[in-house]
Structures are given as structure tokens and as C-alpha cells.
Design a protein around this ligand. Structure first.
Ligand SMILES: Nc1ncnc2c1ncn2[C@@H]1O[C@H](COP(=O)(O)OP(=O)(O)OP(=O)(O)O)[C@@H](O)[C@H]1O
Ligand SMILES: [Mg+2]
Length: 221
């Protein structure tokens, strides 16, 4: 688990290593599935292929986050602010969740009426943070997830909330010393690199909110 002070190249290396293991696991399952098919064990093969598909999906999302981490490491000023449709952005995060998870959990997208149509932000980096937060929420939610966007005191506030057990105390109580996976590590940096009008963005991890579970809040100036 990377610490916020961990050099970003180390975070990337460890993420690539984990992703390689996930893909190797998928490859093994596909091999066994082929064997099951040749033995006419179709149901067993299907289960293995489903698991392999889920592993490849996980690896794809992880690689996308690692590319964001690479952008943060490679460029002195990696954040490119452009007017982005806020509604599209939150819809995108909801739609990237796997169909299997969409069946089990109800993902609500809510856009406050006072939220303007567009906001200046880096679409690729922010979308990636939101997809990761949504996939995290889907992993922990019992049945409900809410992705919302609003404007509060001149900040764009995007939240991903779920009805799971919430973030551990280590994640919520020591944000500066936070140890996390690659996704939250990148989200914290992406938030901080969004600077406008002398203010910079922040990531807030807390519990409670609309559904009583984890609340991932990205505040962008
Ligand atoms: N909605 C949530 N509810 C409870 N715990 C969460 C939630 N989201 C994240 N976490 C905790 O924070 C950790 C770090 O999340 P992060 O997204 O950074 O990494 P990850 O999901 O473990 O792996 P990846 O790098 O693939 O995203 C998770 O492993 C989990 O323990
Ligand atoms: Mg994650």
C-alpha cells in the first residue's frame, strides 16, 4: 500500500506488478476453461471464463489509473483544465461499472440543480478518479451507490457514496499520512493539482452521507 510520500515511480512499479499477477491469474483460468470445454464441462468452463473476464476488467481499470499516475510523474504540469460537461462526467463513472455490478447494486446519479453545465477540469484524470471511486464503492456497497455533483461555495463537489461498512479509521483520520491503493493515491494528487483562483482541490474520505457508508468527495476549485 503506497504512502502519500512514496515516490510515484515506486507506486507505478508496484501497480504494474500487481496488474501482471491479475492478468496471469486470468490466463490460468482461461487455460483451465479450455480444458473443461474439451471435456464437455460447459458450466465449469463458463464460471472460469466469467472470473477471467472480471480479472481482465480489473486489470484494465488498474492500467488506466497507472497511466494517470504516469502522467502525474512525467509532466511538470500534468493537469489540463478544459470546460467539461459535469453531467456527462458523472454518468461516465456510473456507466463504467461492470454490468454484473450494475445488476446487484443500484447506482444513482444525481446532479444538483444549482450545478452549472460545465466546469474547468482535466476530464481524463478526474474521470479516472471517479471510475476508481465507483468501482471501490461497488466492491463494498450492500446495495446502493450514489454519484452526485453540486456546487458549494464556489467549489465543484463530486461525491461517490455507498451503503457499505465505510472507510477504515486509518483512511479517514490521517489523510496527510494516508496509506492507500493506487487509486486513492492518484485521486489525492489529481485533486491537489487542480488549482484556480489561488485555491487547490482536495480529496475528503469520510463516513456517513446519504447511505451511511463511505463518502468519497472530490472538491475542485
Ligand atoms: N467505498 C469504500 N468503502 C470502504 N473502503 C474503501 C472504499 N474505497 C476504498 N476503500 C479502501 O481503500 C483502499 C484503497 O483504495 P484504492 O482505490 O486506492 O485501491 P484499491 O481499490 O485497493 O486498488 P486499485 O489500486 O486497483 O484501485 C481499498 O483497498 C479499501 O480498503
Ligand atoms: Mg480502487
Amino acid at each position: 500500500m503506497p504512502h502519500q510520500d512514496t515516490p510515484i515511480v515506486d507506486v507505478i512499479a508496484s501497480g504494474v506488478h500487481d496488474t501482471k499477477n491479475v492478468l496471469f491469474d486470468a490466463l490460468m483460468r482461461i487455460g483451465v476453461a479450455a480444458h473443461e470445454v474439451s471435456g464437455n464441462r460447459r458450466d465449469e468452463a463458463l464460471d472460469l471464463l466469467k472470473d477471467a473476464g472480471a480479472a481482465v476488467e480489473k486489470a484494465t481499470n488498474r492500467l488506466s489509473t497507472l497511466l494517470s499516475a504516469y502522467r502525474l510523474a512525467r509532466h511538470e504540469n500534468p493537469v489540463v483544465l478544459m470546460p467539461v460537461l459535469v453531467g456527462d462526467l458523472v454518468e461516465y463513472a456510473a456507466l463504467r461499472s461492470p454490468p454484473s455490478a450494475q445488476d446487484q447494486s443500484r447506482v444513482h446519479v444525481v446532479r444538483s440543480e444549482v450545478c452549472p453545465d460545465t466546469w474547468l477540469l482535466d476530464r481524463e484524470l478526474v474521470a479516472d478518479c471517479l471510475v476508481n471511486a465507483t468501482l471501490n464503492a461497488l466492491r463494498f456497497a450492500v446495495s446502493r451507490i450514489r454519484i452526485s455533483a453540486a456546487v458549494e461555495n464556489g467549489w465543484l463537489v463530486i461525491k461517490v457514496e455507498d451503503d457499505g461498512p465505510g472507510f477504515s479509521p486509518e483512511l479517514t483520520s490521517h489523510p496527510a499520512r494516508m496509506q492507500s491503493g493506487v487509486g486513492l493515491f492518484v485521486a489525492r494528487r489529481v485533486a491537489a493539482l487542480h488549482r484556480q483562483h489561488g485555491r487547490h482541490g482536495r480529496l475528503i474520505l469520510e463516513n456517513g452521507g446519504a447511505y451511511g457508508g463511505a463518502v468519497f468527495t472530490l472538491m475542485l476549485p
